[in-house]
Design a protein around this ligand. Structure first.
Ligand SMILES: Nc1ncnc2c1ncn2[C@@H]1O[C@H](COP(=O)(O)OP(=O)(O)OP(=O)(O)O)[C@@H](O)[C@H]1O
Ligand SMILES: [Mg+2]
Length: 93
């Protein structure tokens, strides 16, 4: 998926780091198209607001729900850019 933003990443000399924490699962059942869309959106925002030579960190981790014995996947995208303004935060989903 990251090859889709490769050009932009190279242009701005931004490094994308991926970290897998506690990789107890290797496959997930999901709507691939939508999940890709969400992550790509976050990554492209991160790219847009990160200056040259910055970095973007994508972190994948497990969250186990003790109640019904299911495991969720948590995906976070962090960047070294300006951050999101407080007044824009309510607009996030
Ligand atoms: N990683 C980020 N760093 C700083 N500000 C952000 C970041 N992501 C989102 N924002 C703020 O939230 C706003 C809304 O983001 P959104 O992706 O909906 O729109 P956009 O990036 O401006 O436009 P588009 O995605 O259609 O090109 C952005 O304009 C920006 O002000
Ligand atoms: Mg955007």
């Amino acid at each position: 998926m990251l090859e889709m933003v490769e050009d932009k990443t190279n242009m701005k000399k931004i490094e994308i780091l991926t970290e897998f924490k506690d990789p107890t699962m290797t496959t997930i059942k999901t709507d691939k198209k939508r999940l890709t869309q969400v992550i790509l959106n976050l990554v492209s925002n991160a790219l847009k607001f990160t200056m040259r030579d910055g970095n973007i960190k994508i972190c994948i981790s497990d969250i186990k729900d003790q109640h019904n014995n299911v495991t969720h996947v948590k995906v976070t995208v962090a960047d070294t850019g300006i951050g999101i303004k407080n007044e824009d935060k309510p607009k996030l989903f």
